[in-house]
Design a protein around this ligand. Structure first.
Ligand code: GDP
Ligand code: MN
Length: 379
């Protein structure tokens, strides 16, 4: 689950990270009032759950309350990468000297939390990571020791921060680490963390991604979920209890079990296709769940073929097949479908599907090859 910028920053401040004390407006009139209250220049910032708002015209500096009102009017309702802006943050404008990047995430390969920082903060950090990765300083944290002062100091020196800001930087890095840990986050990021002309550090932007599997421990954070801002497919999947992750490929996958889903994606790639999603429908493939899964897969317009790969363990294959047929009554797919059912009563399951004109396969290799060809229009 992603948090909005304002939600992330309001969380940061609880851990002692300095942020601009702004307010969230839902109308241009409100933005006008807040700008007047703040006094002086403000920034009007679109609150949408995607990055690159600045470049998309969703961050504007306003010198007067009238200008704040006009910019808020322009930004509210704006479409940024498919999401409609419904709220803007009105922040007192910062007098920025330099912009740095500070982020914390999990380094799976190292099996540790990693703190990353760069002197090249701001709107182009992705490009920095891609073209000049040596400009990003990394430091792994021992889970039993936490982020130590000396490590944060190493980072500060590594990115060339002026010595008089090190103390502040260490406090902020440690606070961000605490915030990351206590929120069960998978990402906590400040970009940019700015050095003001006065020499103070300030978190001007904030981003947090929370681990969905740990949300049960954080009822206060769950409340922050903004369903308006979720991709409709992901929201439907969550409500139906399906694990669904959209990818860039053209082959929709409906699989039971996360391991089998990963294997299915690997096999599709092996035979030259690209999976359009990861989808684990879980145990007991009831018709309703299958229908929801199919609907979600077909919402993605890149999907050119669907592979259903089900292992019938406790659930019998004939039951799954009937579930698929019932789902097809409800959701009419416009693309070819290939099904592989193995396990209890597989022969019966396959014949039910073959009667319904579905392409069937008995091995995973055959299923993957068939669906790749189907997606290319070769069948
Ligand atoms: P993002 O594009 O979604 O990452 O939005 P940010 O909040 O990071 O803003 C993008 C850029 O706008 C920053 O890198 C700054 O250069 C600029 N910006 C944001 N807030 C302020 C501010 O208070 N004062 C000034 N001068 N620039 C700002
Ligand atoms: Mn940013």
């Amino acid at each position: 689950m992603k948090l909005h910028e304002y939600q992330s920053k309001f969380r940061f401040v609880e851990f002692g990270i300095p942020i601009p004390r702004g307010k969230v407006a839902t109308t241009a009139q409100e933005a006008f009032e807040f700008a007047k209250e703040i006094g002086g220049p403000v920034v009007i910032k679109a609150q949408v759950l995607v990055g690159g708002r600045g470049k998309a015209g969703g961050v504007k500096l306003a010198r007067t309350p009238d200008q704040a009102q006009r910019f808020a009017g322009e930004i509210l309702g704006m479409n940024i990468k498919g999401l409609t802006v419904k709220k803007v943050l009105v922040d007192p404008a910062a007098d920025i000297a330099t912009e740095i990047y500070l982020g914390i995430t999990t380094d799976r390969a190292a099996r540790r939390t990693v703190v990353m920082a760069s002197a090249a903060g701001g709107v182009d950090i992705e490009e920095v990571a891609a073209t000049t990765p040596e400009r990003i300083v990394r430091c792994h944290v021992d889970p039993f020791l936490g982020l130590r002062d000396y490590q944060a100091r190493d980072i500060a020196s590594g990115i060339g921060l002026p010595r008089e800001t090190w103390k502040q930087f260490i406090d902020i890095a440690k606070a961000l680490y605490q915030c990351y840990l206590n929120s069960d986050a998978s990402l906590a990021e400040i970009n940019p963390l700015v050095v003001l002309r006065s020499g103070e550090l300030l978190a001007v932007d904030g981003k947090m991604v929370l681990d969905d599997n740990a949300l049960f421990r954080h009822p206060d954070l769950v409340e922050m979920r903004d369903t308006d801002e979720e991709a409709p497919a992901e929201m439907q999947a969550r409500q139906a209890g399906l694990s669904y992750i959209e990818l860039d490929g053209e082959i929709g996958c409906m699989v039971n079990g996360a391991g089998l889903a990963m294997t299915t994606m690997d096999m599709i790639k092996l035979f030259g296709g690209q999976p359009a999603n990861f989808l684990d429908i879980g145990g007991g493939a009831q018709a309703e769940k299958v229908a929801t899964a199919l609907r979600i897969i077909l919402m993605d317009h890149n999907v050119k073929a669907v592979l259903v790969n089900i292992f019938g363990g406790i659930t019998r294959c004939d039951e799954v097949a009937r579930g698929i047929l019932a789902a097809l009554q409800e959701v009419k797919p416009h693309v070819p479908m290939v099904a592989r059912l193995v396990g209890t009563n597989e022969a019966e399951g396959r014949s039910i599907l073959a009667e319904a004109n579905l392409l069937t396969a008995s091995t995973l290799a055959e299923a993957a090859q068939t669906v790749v060809r189907a997606a290319r229009g070769e069948l």
